[in-house]
Design a protein around this ligand. Sequence first.
Ligand code: ZN
Length: 78
Amino acid sequence: MAKKLVCDRCGFELTEKDEINQALEGQEAWEASAKARGAEPRGIYPCQNYARCGGELQWVEQKRTFLFGRNTDKRNLR
Ligand SMILES: [Zn+2]
């Protein structure tokens, strides 16, 4: 299953192999800097728009349809 990196705040996506590899190479440094600030990294790398969105990139499986949970019965929505 192909995976991509998606920002958990603004939805920015890294789908290019090169960009993903770059993020992976920076992951350790990112985690170290987060821990140095006393923060726990949520994702593996800060978003390209981090200054604005403060989001971090997380793995998302690439599927043609997204299933946001199973409780999508309209009667449960308000
Ligand atoms: Zn973002």
